[in-house]
Design a protein around this ligand. Structure first.
Ligand code: ATP
Ligand code: MG
Length: 455
């Protein structure tokens, strides 16, 4: 690390670079009360305690931190004994969570080097484990603060704010990279991506979130290594999906992930469809769904991942339904559910979508058919569906992209919701092309016996 940074600046910098409190913008004023409580309790108990990661980085950039991460030389067990509200979590990476209602402060013990520890300690199999691809399956060897800094991902994330003297300790020239707006991995990029391929997704996420550029050495190995993402457990991929797509930067992340061939590892079915015949329509649709989501998040409105997931998979699902209907005797309903099961189980192999989001995704899709059937009492029943709003919003988006009948249908529902009961009745009677009216047309086409004219 020292060598890399020194080579970069052509000077022999001694690390850490110490930035005294009067020369930086990190201040206790901007740190949450809970994070301060944890920092002080650790310090008063004789441990070193630092704010690290996004908290320091974002404050230096003048952004409000999303959360506060703390690093200490206390072991997880020692941390647990200090806080009643502490939960130890993680196998791969053991951490302490100090829980204050909905606010969680993450406290990590300084990580050490794997090779040196394995020489010293033969029992390290329990604490450190690597896969055949060089991926770290366990990273629980503890060390000193400078070793900890080398185990962190990007230089801008290896800045430590000390609660003892309020200095910032910069172990990898991260302050300079913040100034240059550069995302740069610490150490050899290929090794670091092999240890944890999720770092490729993190590089993209920080580039878009912080409006920074990924340095050439950090960016170039991604193309060749993107397949390593296949080794990441789908549950962890779901967490990364949320950070990438439910964060107000979904469109930017989508574009950059596609540039680096990373998107196909999150949504293989969608990427395949993006190479197919209906690529343009699909791309327009998902970009519209993502920009709506981004806008809602940036206006502090609620969003559900289910809506975006339903949007990503909608056209691939429709294509699958059409293919099944062409090649089998399945009824429309059976073809729909068969396609839905195929698409969902394929998707689950990359990203494990929790059940609580799968159910509303299915509701949104089922509603697309229900919204089309408006005869008799059906429109009223659909209106009472618990997920009507999401299904209708989804139809509005489809209408914007598809135009034609879909846009007409969306307009009909917009008017129907605002109409008086009398007008609603008239609207239902006037529904064009509904199954009911088609049947009527067909009946009328049959030759009939002439009836006596009504009086
Ligand atoms: P934000 O919370 O704003 O998304 P962050 O940088 O705080 O960004 P976290 O996921 O909260 O990101 O992680 C906290 C810190 O832990 C990071 O800044 C980094 O130093 C370290 N870290 C997280 N994930 C990894 C990883 N996969 N490899 C190495 N270090 C990591
Ligand atoms: Mg963080």
């Amino acid at each position: 690390m020292k060598k890399d940074a020194a080579e970069r600046s052509n000077t022999s910098t001694d690390f850490p670079i110490v930035i005294p409190r009067d020369q930086h913008s990190v201040s206790r004023k901007y740190i949450s009360e809970n994070a301060l409580k944890v920092l002080y309790r650790l310090q008063k108990s004789g441990f070193d305690a630092y704010l690290v990661g996004g908290g320091v980085r974002d404050m230096l950039l003048g952004i409000k931190p999303k959360d506060f991460d703390i690093a200490t030389n206390a072991t997880p067990e020692q941390i647990k004994s200090l806080f009643r509200n502490c939960r130890l979590i993680g196998r791969r990476f053991r951490l302490a969570h100090i829980v204050f209602g909905r606010d969680i402060i993450e406290v990590a013990t300084f990580r050490g080097h794997h090779d040196s520890a394995s020489d010293k300690d033969k029992s390290c199999k329990k604490t450190s484990k690597q896969s055949e691809h060089g991926m770290l399956l366990r990273d629980n060897i503890y060390g000193s603060i400078d070793e900890d800094a080398e185990r962190r991902d990007f230089t801008i994330n290896a800045l430590y704010y000390s609660i003892a003297d309020f200095n910032i300790y910069d172990f990898a020239d991260g302050v300079e990279d913040i100034k240059q707006r550069t995302i740069r991995l610490i150490g050899d990029p290929e090794t670091r991506y092999r240890e944890d391929p999720v770092r490729m997704l993190r590089a993209v996420r920080f580039a878009t979130k912080l409006d920074m550029t990924i340095s050439e050495e950090t960016a170039s190995p991604i193309y060749a290594l993107s397949d390593l993402l296949a080794n990441i457990p789908p549950a962890r991929m779901f967490e990364e999906f949320l950070k990438l797509f439910i964060s107000g930067k979904a469109v930017a992340n989508f574009n950059m992930l596609r540039e680096f061939n990373l998107f196909e590892h999150l949504f293989p079915i969608v990427e395949q469809a993006l190479q197919g015949e209906q690529a343009a329509q699909l791309e327009q649709f998902v970009v519209l769904a993502m920009s709506n989501t981004d806008e809602r998040i940036n206006n502090d409105l609620r969003v559900t991942p289910a809506f975006l997931l339903a949007a990503f998979l909608w056209y691939p699902l429709s294509q699958r339904i059409a293919a099944l209907r062409d090649s089998t005797q399945l009824t429309p309903q059976d073809a729909f559910f068969a396609a839905l099961n195929e698409v969902m189980s394929e998707q689950q192999r990359s990203i494990a979508v929790p059940k609580r989001f799968q159910a509303p995704m299915k509701d949104i899709w089922v509603l697309q058919d229900k919204l089309n059937r408006r005869e008799g009492k059906k429109a009223y029943k659909t209106l009472e569906h618990p997920k009507f709003r999401a299904g209708y919003d989804f139809l509005l988006l489809r209408g914007e992209i598809e135009g034609g009948d879909t846009a007409q249908l969306a307009k009909w529902w917009t008017e129907f919701q605002e109409a008086s009961p009398e007008l609603q009745q008239m609207m239902i009677k006037a529904v064009p092309n509904s199954r009911g009216s088609r049947r009527t047309v067909r009946k009328r086409r049959k030759p009939r016996k002439p009836k006596a004219p009504a009086q």
